[in-house]
Design a protein around this ligand. Structure first.
Ligand code: AHR
Length: 500
């Protein structure tokens, strides 16, 4: 058995964790909206057609913010198609996903759904086919109180109070050749800047996210980010990062995804800081990792011109849940720069929640690590000091066999350690918690199993779930814990002796 030392000292603060780190994403595509969150006629639909079973599963993820309506979809979307009486809304071709969009659901419905889900809206404006002025109109419709064409139209459409949407994305992945209206960094930078000016004039309280590279695999990365920021730096608040991983057949490579994700964040932060220096700015830009997940079906199966086709419906395995846990640790460990992140996506489309039309809703394997980190990963992110053997991955180089993150919630007197064991053997972890006055173990939750390919399904919805391991409690501040081979672990401690 390998031995690993891990010290968690509450003085080694990374940052206060912004709750928005646990955001998610609903794109108007596939079955995310239609038969996902919205299905009038479903036995569990409420009076607005929102599925109550899905709402319940969403609420249990404690998500503070959800991005909408895209994604690639937004780059060809006319937001006015989705407002007003439903019978008057046009049916359109959605060229991003080659589907038919009936516009039964739009921004007003999404705002209502978010209220019911206990979350906030992060809206995206169309900077593909859309103009800066249209983006301003959408913001005016949503946030201006009354007395203008757009704000009065919202009131007429049944929403007397402004939606008060505070965070807005200036387009989506505008560097990607697949994007409707893709452009080069210069053109996007200028368009984003002019849009930002209009939006901040309409409502100075909003925060704006400008598009970074759509992936570190893009040939233009990270030059795109530099050029865009040179145009937009003083006008925006966040720079976006997007990254999806997949198992390409080599388990070591896949497990080491967290190393690459960490490098990506550091490079983007450095690029932003370079522009900060170059523009003599006083502001440090926040990062918004507003699309991250594991995604297999990147090559779209074509369902030509169907309404809500079942696209990108990945079914996640135990191994995916482990890798996903490693990525969550990376987000926590970068909480000083990553102030917002969106798990892409939330329902049906590469998602932790999976539904049957007219039927059930289940939790996928990745649901659990997300829920655990969203629930227990609040407060302060604390550095874990790890002395740990490494393993070699072909794609991302050396990686520690243990990936970890620690969070300390002083008010709640709770300390949580998140641990991914990438090794094929159990590891004995010697945990040094001497900086805390008192520590008592509350629980040790583990996701592991013989079959790394095990997946939840409608027939076996609980095949991949966390288990509780017994935690021998002795109050010692230095203690040994066995971390099972290839496992995701959540170790919870109370720091005032109160172990409830
Ligand atoms: O989340 C699926 C797609 O991935 C989004 O539409 C796009 O932004 C990204 O390429």
């Amino acid at each position: 058995m390998k031995h690993v030392k891990c010290m968690v000292d509450k003085e080694y603060l990374i940052a206060e964790i912004d709750d928005k780190l646990f955001g998610s994403f609903i794109e108007q595509m596939g079955r995310a909206v239609y038969t996902g969150i919205y299905e009038p006629g479903h036995p569990l639909a409420d009076e607005q057609g929102f599925r109550k079973d899905v709402l319940e599963l969403v609420k249990q993820l404690y998500i503070p913010i959800v991005r909408y309506p895209g994604g690639n979809f937004v780059s060809g979307y006319n937001w006015t198609d989705g407002i007003g009486p439903k019978e008057n809304r046009p049916t359109r071709l959605d060229l991003a996903w080659l589907s038919v969009e009936r516009n039964e659901f739009g921004i007003d419905e999404f705002v209502d759904w978010c209220k019911k889900a206990g979350t906030e809206v992060m809206a995206a404006v169309n900077l593909g086919t859309g103009t800066p002025q249209e983006a301003g109109y959408m913001l005016e419709y949503c946030n201006h109180t009354s007395g203008t064409y757009w704000s009065d139209l919202r009131r007429k459409n049944g929403h007397p109070d402004p939606h008060n949407i505070k965070i807005w994305c200036l387009g989506n992945e505008m560097d990607g050749p697949w994007q409707i209206g893709a452009m080069n960094a210069e053109d996007y930078g200028k368009k984003a800047r002019e849009t930002a000016k209009i939006m901040k004039w309409v409502d100075p309280s909003v925060e704006l996210v400008t598009c970074g590279s759509s992936s570190p695999l893009m040939p233009t990365y990270p030059e795109w980010d530099r050029v865009v920021l040179e145009h937009t730096y003083e006008h925006v608040d966040y720079l976006s990062l997007h990254r999806y991983y997949e198992n390409e057949g080599n388990v070591e490579d896949f497990l080491a995804s967290f190393v690459d994700m960490n490098d990506f964040i550091k490079t983007v932060a450095s690029t932003a800081d370079y522009v900060k220096a170059k523009t003599r700015s006083k502001k440090t830009l926040k990062l918004s990792f507003d699309e991250w997940n594991i995604w297999y079906q990147k090559k779209q199966t074509r369902f030509p011109w169907e309404v809500a086709p079942p696209i990108l419906e990945d079914n996640y395995s135990l191994l995916d849940a482990l890798v996903f846990g490693g990525m969550l640790c990376t987000l926590l460990n970068n909480a000083d720069r990553v102030k917002m992140a969106c798990l892409a996506q939330l329902v049906n489309v590469i998602a932790p929640i999976f539904t049957q039309m007219g039927g059930k809703a289940i939790k996928q394997a990745i649901y659990y690590p997300f829920q655990q980190v969203s629930l227990y990963g609040r407060g302060k992110a604390i550095q874990t000091q790890i002395a740990c053997p490494k393993f070699e991955s072909n794609l991302y180089g050396e990686a520690p066999v243990i990936q970890s993150a620690a969070t300390y919630n002083e008010e709640a007197c709770s300390l949580t350690l998140f641990v991914l064991n990438c090794d094929k053997e159990d590891v004995e972890l010697t945990l040094d918690l001497r900086s805390f006055q008192e520590v008592r173990g509350i629980e040790h939750m583990i996701m592991d199993g013989q079959d790394l390919e095990a997946k939840n399904s409608f027939d076996e919805p609980d095949k991949v779930v966390p288990r509780i391991a017994s935690m021998i409690e002795h109050g010692d501040k230095v203690r040994n814990v066995v971390i099972p081979k290839l496992s995701w672990n959540v170790l919870r401690f109370s720091t005032n002796g109160d172990n409830r």
